[in-house]
Design a protein around this ligand. Structure first.
Ligand code: KG4
Ligand code: ZN
Length: 373
């Protein structure tokens, strides 16, 4: 398969479809959200996200079901993204031909899910003879912070917290980033979701813990903060501590046969203390995250600081992050809610910056479950 040499795209060429602006159509399908977005000159015109309720009953994402739902959702989602962009652009009219490039999530994620978005984007690029831009999902989470009018100045730090990743990223430019700290075991989102499961809450548990924590006492129960050197994180010890604490109906954080409660005692303990348990666990996860971010700021001397990823939707984290920023004179940035969890808006903004730098892919590009960036 051959593609035109898009590296030589002239920014004022007839290639520019919509009134001279760079117009990107973006697709995100790395996990269980099918999303399409359109951005022009770095401004998001539409961001449509279709969730997948089918996984709730299984307590986690079922890869095969996710792939099938992406197949069903992808065309309607792209269709709606174009319609909404048109409403925002009126009286201008935008269609597939006026798109300048197609950006898509190439990695990381569930391979079956990534394949749907990748094949769709490649087919569209081939049919319309448009350039293709492969995007790394974690880079896109970071760059969601460039969507708002108020943007961090380079170099900035970003705490990226999602269902599969927990990283502190040093960003020197939109396309030059370095991971300077990351989890050595579970991700922060996993810590939320696994705790929720132990509390008998459905998947994804993060937003539910956030909700119950609002009416809870965060100081009622003390959970341990791991001592991990450098800027790395660990959440597996916290998970074990919560497991034993619940199995012991709140009597101890360690496993001892004499503390073990019956199933009924455990359930009663959870029922009576659900809000306080959620608030206490959330406070500990937030303090683990922010203490490392503070350390990263001190070590690098950087004070423009962002958070990103699904867990950055957490109200406890958002509030504590802003408070920490006020205390240490940081300029703090948080994406709007719709750009925290998985969305194509962040893929579109990343596609826009890659377009500016001529970073295109050819049609031999393939999806990858894991990839360095
Ligand atoms: O970024 P994301 O949508 O997908 C991945 O790339 O993984 O992140 C999903 C994660 C899940 O673990 C979910 O429970 C968590 O983000 N999450 C939250 C909240 N909203 C989403 N965790 C805590 N509080 C929330 N409000
Ligand atoms: Zn994500």
């Amino acid at each position: 398969m051959s593609q035109p040499n898009h590296e030589s795209v002239n920014l004022s060429s007839p290639f520019m479809g919509t009134g001279g602006g760079i117009c990107i159509l973006a697709i995100e399908s790395s996990c269980d959200e099918t999303s399409a977005a359109i951005c022009r000159d770095g401004k998001i015109l539409s961001n449509i996200i279709a969730g997948q309720k089918v996984h709730e009953q299984y307590g986690g994402v079922v890869p095969e079901l996710a792939s099938r739902a992406h197949i069903q959702n992808i065309i309607p989602v792209v269709d709606q993204a174009i319609k909404l962009a048109n409403e925002n652009l009126k009286p201008e009219i935008l269609n597939l031909k006026s798109i300048d490039a197609i950006a898509f999530t190439q990695s990381p994620g569930l391979i079956g899910s990534l394949l749907i978005g990748t094949q769709f984007a490649k087919s569209l690029a081939l049919t319309l003879n448009k350039p293709l831009i492969a995007v790394h999902h974690m880079q896109a989470h970071v760059l969601a912070n460039l969507i708002n009018e108020s943007k961090p100045a380079f170099p900035f730090l970003c705490l990226t917290v999602s269902g599969g990743h927990t990283q502190i990223v040093l960003c020197e430019s939109p396309t030059k980033m370095k991971v300077i700290g990351e989890t050595i075991d579970d991700a922060a989102g996993e810590a939320f979701d696994k705790t929720a499961k132990l509390l008998g809450l459905p998947y994804p548990g993060g937003p539910l813990i956030d909700k119950f924590a609002k009416d809870g006492d965060a100081n009622k129960f003390q959970f341990p903060e791991p001592q991990i050197p450098g800027l790395d994180f660990s959440f597996s010890g916290l998970k074990t501590s919560i497991l034993y604490f619940l199995q012991n109906a709140g009597k101890s954080h360690v496993y001892k046969v004499e503390f073990l409660a019956t199933e009924e005692e455990k359930e009663d303990f959870i029922k009576e203390n659900l809000n306080d348990l959620c608030a206490s666990v959330q406070q500990r996860i937030v303090s683990i995250l922010l203490n490392k971010l503070k350390k990263a700021s001190i070590e690098t001397g950087i004070k423009d600081i962002c958070i990103a990823g699904g867990v950055s939707a957490n109200s406890g984290l958002r509030k504590a992050f802003i408070q920490m920023g006020e205390k240490y004179n940081w300029n703090t940035f948080i994406p709007d809610f719709q750009y925290c969890t998985d969305n194509a808006g962040m893929i579109a903004i990343t596609g826009y910056y890659k377009f500016l730098e001529g970073q295109f892919s050819d049609l031999t590009v393939s999806a990858s479950a894991r990839a360095e960036w």
